[in-house]
Design a protein around this ligand. Structure first.
Ligand SMILES: [Zn+2]
Length: 110
């Protein structure tokens, strides 16, 4: 891991939990926040969530929430409004990041 990756993992531990931001419509903004999870919600339907890859590679990760999609993810909020995603996120190309997103925090898989 390079120095930037190490720094980002350190930030993940000490920084506040990532928050959920909601945008209306079925697509994500082109520019995602540095931290935080963006949810695209159209009417009452949750379409997808997006985040910048926590490894620092600059990639935008888009995860579908709609049940008809395969694969799709489940998004739940805890009592303090912190988002969790199931299952884990695994990028099989590029940086190959593999992590769980739990209670607004990234937990790296070994
Ligand atoms: Zn990455």
């Amino acid at each position: 891991m390079n120095a930037k990756g190490l720094l980002l993992r350190l930030i993940e531990i000490v920084a506040p939990a990532r928050r959920l931001q909601i945008v209306s419509g079925d697509s994500l903004p082109l520019k995602l926040p540095f931290r935080g999870l963006v949810l695209a919600r159209d009417q009452d339907e949750d379409w997808c969530v997006g985040l910048r890859c926590p490894c620092g590679c600059g990639r935008n990760i888009e995860l579908l929430l709609i049940k008809e999609a395969a694969p799709h993810w489940d998004l739940v909020l805890d009592q303090r409004g912190r988002p969790s995603l199931t299952p884990s996120v695994w990028l099989r190309d590029g940086c190959q990041s593999h992590f769980w997103f739990r209670h607004g925090r990234v937990h790296w898989c070994p």
